[in-house]
Write a protein that binds this ligand. Structure first.
Ligand code: NQM
Length: 354
């Protein structure tokens, strides 16, 4: 392979990552992962010799290709490149990086513009599920300018609306993989849930914290982090995920009373660093937990009446609104608003020929 690889560097929601056409990367997963570790600069806490940002939220990759189906459909594989370990994981989806997939697919000519807004159906290869994305294309091209605001990102940009359907059991095979809405691990009440993202949901108070601490304060609490990791390692097999010591799932969300008019307040470990906001599908899993009688957060949350709910999930830098329909089988349709921005388009170079 030549040393320069076509790559678009984009912000998707509150994450940043490298977007590639599948054909520009090695097809063999092991060779592909070696290339991605090299390009991102992992393993190294600062990723100083690569394009990664030294944070799990800025060490992400989207691999996109034309889908065999409809011409407005693309395949998207999300890869989490670990910052300080030589690991690339495909065990999770990423709803934030997903926000850039529609614009990228149109920019690369995989999907044709079809009006002021171009719908793109995205097959999320990590879980075999689909998302419908709407991209602003006002003058026959992708526009990143607009008036949409999302917490965790300064300023405004064009809206990218994302609709998810049937996300339950994305990685764990069932919404509640243990068959219970509530379990106990190491004396802590937990809800083990997967509505697009496997999450261990707990009440912050049970872990002896307020749930309003900053991510930096929580990351400095090594006793808490050790306890969370022990819970996570036990939760993995219970959630049908097997040994999760090398995996980026399940995430851990610590809930407390909402403080700013939302439904619930969260602090989320993904899984070793504390998220500055919350992941998209992580927020949908938390929303499903709080909307389910008996599950963690249901009695703590401030919930609106009715089956159609707008749930504001508070996080360290604001909130994420999840618009959802609640049925007996949980939330099986949800919508979020994100924005994306093209930051750089060019070639990224390998450190040496692999
Ligand atoms: O939950 C972080 C993020 C994510 C994932 C993570 C995400 C999602 O904020 O859909 O977006 O939980 O690792 O990008």
């Amino acid at each position: 392979m030549s040393s320069g690889i076509p790559c678009m560097w984009m912000r998707g929601g509150t994450s940043k990552g490298a977007y590639f056409l599948a054909g520009d990367l090695p097809a063999d997963p092991e060779a592909r992962d070696a290339v991605l570790l090299n390009l991102m600069g992992s393993p190294d806490p600062r990723q100083i010799d690569g394009i990664g940002g030294g944070d799990p939220l800025t060490s992400k990759v989207a691999v996109v290709s034309r889908s065999a189906g409809d011409p407005a459909e693309v395949d998207y594989l999300f890869l989490q490149v670990f910052v300080d370990q030589a690991l690339v994981s495909d065990t999770q989806n990423c709803g934030n990086i997903l926000a850039g997939v529609g614009p990228f697919a149109i920019e690369r000519g995989l999907v044709a513009v079809s009006g002021e807004k171009t719908p793109v159906t995205v097959n999320m290869l990590n879980s075999g599920q689909r998302a419908k994305v709407s991209v602003a294309t006002p003058h026959g091209v992708v526009s990143y300018a607009g008036n949409a605001r999302i917490d965790g990102v300064p300023g405004v940009a064009a809206p990218v609306s994302i609709e998810f359907q049937e996300t339950a059991g994305s990685s764990c095979g069932a919404l509640f993989p243990t068959g219970h809405v509530r379990d106990t691990i190491q004396g802590i009440d937990v809800t083990l849930i997967d509505n697009g993202m496997p999450v261990v949901v707990m009440e912050a108070a049970q872990l002896g914290i307020r749930g309003q601490e900053s991510p930096a304060e929580l990351e400095a609490d090594h006793e808490l982090r050790d306890r969370l990791e022990a819970i996570r390692l036990e939760a993995g097999p219970l959630m049908n995920l097997g040994d999760v010591s090398q995996a980026s799932v399940p995430k851990l969300s610590l809930l407390s009373l909402p403080r700013n008019g939302g439904a619930i307040s969260t602090r989320t470990f993904i899984p070793h660093r504390c998220h500055k906001a919350i992941g998209v599908l992580g927020a949908i899993s938390v929303a499903t937990s709080i909307a389910t009688p008996g599950a963690i957060g249901n009695t703590l949350a401030v919930l609106p009446e009715g089956d159609s709910k707008i749930l504001s999930i508070e996080h360290p830098t604001g909130e994420m609104t999840v618009i959802c329909r609640v049925s007996e089988t949980g939330i099986n349709r949800s919508e979020v608003l994100r924005t994306a921005r093209k930051l750089m388009d060019g070639q990224v170079f390998l450190k040496s020929n692999l």
